[in-house]
Design a binder for this molecule. Sequence first.
Ligand code: ADP
Ligand code: MG
Length: 468
Amino acid sequence: MSNTITMANTKSETNLVWKDCLNIIKENVPSLTYNTWFLPIKPIELDESVLKIQVPNNFFVEWIDEHYNTLINNTIYQVLGSEGKLAYVIVEDNEDLPEHEEYVLTPTPSPTRAIKEQPVKHEEFENYLNPRYRFGNFIKGENNQLARAAAMAIGDNPGTTSFNPLFIYGGVGLGKTHLIQAIGNKVLEDDPDKKVIYLSSDIFTVEFVEAIQSNTVNEFSNFYKSMDVLIIDDIQFLIGKEKTQDLFFHIFNTLHQAGKQIILSSDKPPKDLQGLNERLVSRFQWGLTTDIQPPDLETRVAILKNKSETYGITLSNEILEYIAHNITSNIRELEGCLIKLLANASLGAKEINYELAKKTVKEIATNRQVNISIDLITRHVCEFFEVDENKVREKNRKKEVVMARQAAMYLSKKLTQSSLKTIGLHFGGRDHSTVIHAFNNIEKLRDKDLNLKETIDAIRNKIELGAS
Ligand code: ADP
Ligand code: MG
């Protein structure tokens, strides 16, 4: 794989090399991290086997070096071979060429293992546990109290508590995956010889299908039956997969009878998993079923505080509270906001202040647009205009209803990807020309009528900040 490049290279070769690097990096970091830290980097030149890349400031270099050093070294090694080196060139703003300080990092020699691999205790299989997910960095809150306590009890005594299986359910980004993996990590920390495996139920399904195709269903099934701790994430993906469910049923029984620990997560409680075999549903309820709720304000602040400290920054209470007030439904998004805030500060070499926090929260909200529906917009508009939602959806021609309808059409066009036709259909089956007319009308009025402009902006803010 590793091609060695010896001569000074053309711009396009440089670009290609950097692109190869990006491809590897992309596979190994969350997309937000990738977009924030790696995508903005520009390759400058490839000189012998030193790849020079342009970064906006010192902070950027330090951040990348501190958090992604191993990844970068491994990437450079894979792309440029053992001679490969990376040089950061700091170029402030958009001046074209480097007035520079240069940092050269020498990659650690020959990382022979694949990047994603962690040193594993059991040579014979990959346990897919992310070592980052631990109890120590899982913040306790009222929203996760029982789930966390049960998880910790199991971490100490897998298979021997009455919490078998442990079934944790809740919405996205609330910490299910973190918590159930923390159990696995704890068990292995106490006893590296324990056989622990984590996987999501869709991976389980894919592996099962492969086992069928290669005639190795027995091996497949025995492998999972040999675990001390089996952790299956997002069990709802088994819905509609009868054969996988059957096999899982047998694995479940064998493990349970042998006093081995089973840990499951899902987006819903067992009884609501329609389409899942009854006998599985009832078994899922044998142990402890508990949920994780969205975190309350205090917990959100605590999480932000803790995460910002791990990133080595201290945020004022004002900023912590602003973010925690505005990003409410999801912890992944809280984390995302923090990373983006750092990036915004670092890219513009700005200090992190209230204004920047505000701007960042707004950006996060805008990225969320995909989840904004016409119905959601209609609800918010009607609340503001104090008109009945049904009237807006009918052919009612009262002045205030018409206004609300036009505002809702306008925002639907602005905030969703829906076509004019679709929007028209939502508002009493009107055609696309009516929607265009509404859109233009509101645009025009916004310029003239400051009140209206403020109202529309307020509704928009509310929708963008509150949507999930
Ligand atoms: P889910 O599986 O419920 O969708 P995750 O476990 O992937 O959610 O959590 C999303 C992100 O939020 C992860 O990065 C996780 O580390 C973080 N997170 C969730 N809950 C907490 C918590 N209580 N304390 C610290 N970090 C948390
Ligand atoms: Mg998850």
